[in-house]
Design a protein around this ligand. Sequence first.
Ligand SMILES: NC(=O)c1ccc[n+]([C@@H]2O[C@H](COP(=O)([O-])OP(=O)(O)OC[C@H]3O[C@@H](n4cnc5c(N)ncnc54)[C@H](O)[C@@H]3O)[C@@H](O)[C@H]2O)c1
Ligand SMILES: O=C(O)C[C@H](O)C(=O)O
Length: 354
Amino acid sequence: MESVANQRIARVSAHLQPPNSQTEESCVLKRTDCRAKGGAPGFKVAILGAAGGIGQPLAMLMKMNPLVSVLHLYDVVNAPGVTADISHMDTGAVVRGFLGQPQLESALIGMDLVIIPAGVPRKPGMTRDDLFNINAGIVRTLCEGVAKCCPNAIVNLISNPVNSTVPIAAEVFKKAGTYDPKRLLGVTMLDVVRANTFVAEVLGLDPREVDVPVVGGHAGVTILPLLSQAKPPSSFTPEETEYLTKRIQDGGTEVVQAKAGAGSATLSMAYAAVKFADACLRGLRGDASVVECAFVASEVTELPFFATKVRLGRRGAEEVYQLGPLNEYERVGLQKAKKELAESIQKGISFIRK
Ligand SMILES: NC(=O)c1ccc[n+]([C@@H]2O[C@H](COP(=O)([O-])OP(=O)(O)OC[C@H]3O[C@@H](n4cnc5c(N)ncnc54)[C@H](O)[C@@H]3O)[C@@H](O)[C@H]2O)c1
Ligand SMILES: O=C(O)C[C@H](O)C(=O)O
């Protein structure tokens, strides 16, 4: 006969199984029986691609975020494992795992914020655009799920090429009749994080004291750091400007080459994604003056999408800021950025409209 202690252990283990996992069938205590149902105040956040190189540290950091009450982890592989692991952290958010397409809708229902790092990363020698053929379809499917299950959620899109995947998402939402440009944000925060770090190195400052706006898009020359608007106000020699601009534009490639075939930036990206998601949640909560750079629907240039500073509020990117004064170096950079961006945006739009 099973001992009382063993029965207790069986109950506790069952409590921790992710929903709909194979083991739930044989559980003594089902998840629905548990008293913790995510009732604590906070936001409901889903990560799509949660078992990946970005997804795992991102899930861990979001589990540590006090603004999150429920965290849904969705992937086509290994979601139960990541969920079991993260769910042992003694922080407030309730974690649930969802595996594969049949569970996508359950993962999305009721979410306030959906973060999407699903898709393949670069290998050395590839451009972000080389990822289009695989990632475009992944983003389309996931955004169809968002449109159906949580059309009012804020979407943070990380999957590359961001310059095309954001227009793809917009077209999916338009088709579904749910498009709200304020709620769709391409994540370019890593460019800002890199710019702050590299500028701080050159100036001999603490990176936490530095804030550099990075505008345009998220690939090569479309990444345009505005060093003339850096805080604290600083002057740079032409050599420093050239070095910093190139290093920020090639930051992703620097990591891809260093990882030598094992993927692209994951840890710094998870950090940047959480920094951005936290800003979105503070905006949703109604905090005043939450401002970050993001790739959004925009009228700042003639292009339909562009990254600039935006003010985040209860409805997402409530205000899109103008570029501000540019120096000659930045004006030349802007022309180059717009040319490449126009093609990438059109490629994304055509993928859905074709
Ligand atoms: N925006 C940025 O600044 C930035 C920075 C770094 C990486 N990225 C991009 O993020 C993406 C992910 O990078 P990674 O290093 O985490 O890659 P990864 O391969 O380690 O992880 C991707 C995850 O997505 C999952 N996935 C694949 N298809 C899916 C689907 N249909 N539904 C749900 N999940 C699916 C995979 O199973 C995997 O777990 C890449 O496209 C990469 O280029 C963007
Ligand atoms: O460079 C990549 O492919 C990943 C990401 O876009 C990055 O900037 O690190």
